[in-house]
Design a protein around this ligand. Structure first.
Ligand code: 2RA
Length: 330
């Protein structure tokens, strides 16, 4: 099996390599791919040195899989070229997520919809993935009526330069700005660009992607996404109204047994999910469960996951694992 990591020199690219190693994904050949500017640089993987190659060279080698984290415009241009030589592409950008002809996959929820004909598969936005993984067992049991979500998103979601800005500010160093404002000691209710409806693209991704993944366009969803000066993971406060009432002990049992979910809910002993404890982990962590006493059938929960892991690299690698194991691709 030949696999390409496209955008291998970026934060998510590096995380993809870590996940491939940790999960011992078997392959015969690994291609590290980046822009012409980065081609020729060296990266070490599992003790072996690799030379980063260009997109053209990677397509010519027709890998079985290509995991992309290289931005939407690169994906729009190059994913079809890889697919044309038989490569199955798993793309982390937003380029294909809302395309009616492409699937938006979270393995715990809808991997079973995949077929060998799917050559460009979209990985959802990080903030969407962790929310739908946590809600899936509750959706199946109680039905979803409405979701109100507020996020507290790690700076790593914007990439290495944003982390550098935060650390420079923390050390009192003037440096390049990735955000409209200082990020350290601050909270920015501004992730991606503002749209005509007053929401940001990030907020509308959570609305639109969630409905597509659950294949339920009746769910009411509203979102506020906020950047905070942390690394390690995104946190989300979710208020979810179900179609029917729920039993709290059953909710905890459903979450405890749900694939990819870890329940951390013991406030009396200061046990609840946090970015510091979710960092470099592949699961979605859920806690602070409490009934919303202001309206029936409604639950509050706190959801944390490493946005570079389950929010991007791990979810993409899990899709490749599913294709290999269930569909016997490569
Ligand atoms: C962010 N979800 O956190 C977006 C893209 N990774 O910046």
């Amino acid at each position: 099996m030949k696999i390409a990591v496209v955008g291998a020199t970026g934060l998510v690219g590096g995380e993809i390599l870590e996940v491939l190693e940790e999960r011992n994904v078997q392959f015969d050949e690994l291609l590290l791919v980046a822009s012409a500017r980065s081609a020729g640089t060296k990266k070490t993987f599992k003790g072996k040195e690799y030379t980063v190659i260009t997109m053209e060279d990677a397509v010519a080698q027709a890998p079985d899989f290509a995991i992309f984290s290289a931005g939407g415009s690169t994906s729009l241009e190059w994913a079809p070229k890889f697919a044309a030589v038989g490569t199955t592409v798993v793309d982390n950008s937003s380029a294909w997520r809302m395309s009616p002809d492409h699937k938006l996959i979270v393995p715990e929820i809808n991997a079973s919809t995949l077929t060998a004909e799917d050559k460009i598969i979209a990985n959802p936005n990080c903030s969407t993935i962790q929310m739908v993984v946590a809600l899936e067992p509750l959706r199946k049991r109680y039905g979803l009526k409405r979701i109100v979500v507020s996020t507290y998103q790690s700076v790593t979601g914007s990439g290495k330069a944003a982390v550098d800005q935060m650390m420079n500010e923390r050390q009192g160093i003037d440096g390049p700005m990735c955000y409209a404002h200082k990020i350290d000691m601050n909270a920015l209710p501004h992730i991606d660009v503002f749209l005509d409806n007053g929401y940001t693209k990030e907020e509308m991704k959570m609305v639109n992607e969630t409905r597509k993944i659950f294949n339920d366009y009746s769910i009411g969803i509203t979102s506020t996404t906020v950047r905070i000066p942390t690394v390690g993971g995104h946190s989300e406060s979710v208020n979810v109204e179900f179609k029917e009432d729920f039993d709290m002990e059953e909710v905890k049992a459903l979450l405890n047994s749900a694939e990819g979910v870890v329940l951390q809910d013991d406030p009396k002993h200061n046990v609840y999910p946090m970015p510091l404890t979710a960092h470099k982990k592949d699961e979605v962590f859920v806690g602070r469960l409490r009934r919303d006493e202001s309206q029936p059938n409604t639950l509050n929960l706190w959801i944390v996951a490493d946005n570079l892991r389950k929010g991007a690299a791990t979810n993409a690698v899990q899709i490749v694992e599913y294709l290999q194991k269930q569909l016997k691709i490569a």
